[in-house]
Every structure is written in C-alpha cells, then in structure tokens.
Design a protein around this ligand. Structure first.
Ligand code: ATP
Length: 236
C-alpha cells in the first residue's frame, strides 16, 4: 500500500518557483531517498509535505489530500519532520526535548517506554539525559533530533540531511540506528541525503532531483549501478 504520494508538486518562496513538478511515492513501512545537488529542491520537497511552503499539485497521505494543511495538522496525522540543522531546543534537557516530541500524545505511560526505547537506540543520549541540548556534540544533537521525531509516534518520518557536518563514523552510527529503527518500528521514511552511499544503506529506492524536478527514479541497486549517479553523487 502507498502511504504518501506526491504528484506533480510545485512549490514557491514568495513568487519564486523552486519545485517544478515533483512526483514520488513512499510505500507503507518503506524507505525512499531524495538525492540531488545543493539547491535541487530536496529540502523544499520535505517542506511541501509538512506544510511550511506554498505548494501546488497533489500530496496524498494515507488516502487524505494534505496539500495546503497547516504544519500542526500534518504532524497530527502522523508525519514527523526532522529538519536540516536539527532544530533541537537548546535550553531544554535531552529528556525534556524528548517529552516535547511527544506533546500531542495522550498515552503518558507509553511515552516513558518510548523514551527508554530512544535511549536504547542512541546510547550516547542516555549519558547526556540531563544535559541541555545546546551542550551536545553535533552527532548527539542529530541523534536527539531523530529521537524527538520518533517520540511523536509517527507513521512517516521526513529526515533532512541527518549526516550533515558529522564525522564519517558518527554519520554511520546515526544511520545504523535509523536502520534499526526502520526494521523494528516499520515507520516509513523519506530521506534527503547528499551522501548517496549512506542513503543507499537505508532506502529501498530513490529519486534524483535537479532544479526542482525528478530526473531519475529507481531502486537503490539500479541507481548505484548507474555511471552518472556514481560520478555525481558517489565520488567517482
Ligand atoms: P541544500 O542541500 O542546499 O539544502 P536542497 O536540494 O535541499 O539543497 P532547497 O533548500 O530545497 O534545495 O532549495 C531549492 C531552491 O530554493 C534553491 O534555489 C534555494 O536557493 C531556494 N530557496 C530555499 N529556501 C528559500 C527561501 N526561504 N526563500 C527563497 N528561496 C529559497
């Protein structure tokens, strides 16, 4: 079953059009990548879904047309956006950031269980549970951003550049944990990544954007085997 479908989506900042007909679909419990160079429109595609940019076209989540909904309405339907730059709340502790992620939930007991799950998934956070988020390393902040997304118990996670600015081994750790999350939770994922090699460890398929349109879509195995993908995104 398809969980999320974008059909011919356009997006605008003021009067400037930056998406020019993006289409993609994410199966229920599936993971799909969005690849492309700087400025191709990857982040804007995630913003189009979470309702933070003006859009045209069709955006259907779980059978419902969500295009034009407010960000809080989209979140309430079960879409969690982990933004580029992480967006953790620096003045709050790790534990409070996790609680904030769960603010829409009523099942308080399950919230505590899920906090424990996040700490098991990201043991570094366990050691920093009473630290303010602003005191964390870049890798720990990224882990916290993902964990906060999980705390809303989403059906779909939008992940923007989870590896950005991290040392290669830290980026691997973060992706390994997200992979484990995927296997254990069945949360569907739409993943923006500049590092295609890393993305392919997680996603089953991907689409490549160029100046706001899809130029290639395929399974991870297909895309990995293509010379133009190798040259542009895999370093040779
Ligand atoms: P990056 O990896 O650099 O974030 P991206 O593929 O995610 O690249 P977007 O951030 O979606 O690309 O940007 C797409 C285009 O929209 C770019 O030309 C960018 O300059 C422009 N853009 C992004 N944000 C805004 C904004 N707030 N106002 C105006 N133009 C913007």
């Amino acid at each position: 079953m398809t969980l999320l479908e974008l059909e011919d989506v356009t997006a605008f900042y003021e009067s400037v059009q930056v998406l020019d007909g993006v289409s993609l679909s994410v199966p229920d419990q599936g993971a799909v990548g969005i690849l492309g160079a700087n400025g191709a429109g990857k982040t804007t595609t995630l913003r189009a879904i979470s309702g933070t940019v003006r859009t045209g076209g069709r955006i259907v989540f779980d059978g419902k047309d969500i295009r034009g909904m407010r960000p809080d309405q989209v979140a309430a339907l079960g879409i969690a956006h982990v933004p580029e730059g992480r967006g953790t709340l620096g003045d709050l502790t790790v534990r409070d950031n996790l609680r904030v992620g769960a603010y829409l939930r009523k099942d308080r007991k399950a919230v505590d269980t899920d906090i424990e799950y996040c700490l098991d998934l990201f043991p570094n956070l366990q050691d920093r549970i009473t630290s303010n988020a602003s005191a964390l390393s870049g890798g720990e902040q990224q882990m916290l951003a993902v964990a906060r997304g999980i705390m809303s118990k989403p059906r779909l996670l939008l992940l923007d550049e989870a590896s950005l600015g991290l040392a290669p081994s830290t980026a691997r750790n973060v992706y390994d944990a997200i992979h484990r999350l995927r296997t254990e939770s069945g949360i569907a994922m739409l993943v923006v990544e500049q590092n295609a090699n890393l993305a392919f460890t997680l996603v089953d398929s991907a689409t490549v954007l160029e100046t706001g349109r899809n130029v290639l879509t395929g399974t991870s195995a297909e895309l990995r085997g293509m010379d133009e993908i190798r040259r542009a995104y895999l370093g040779g």
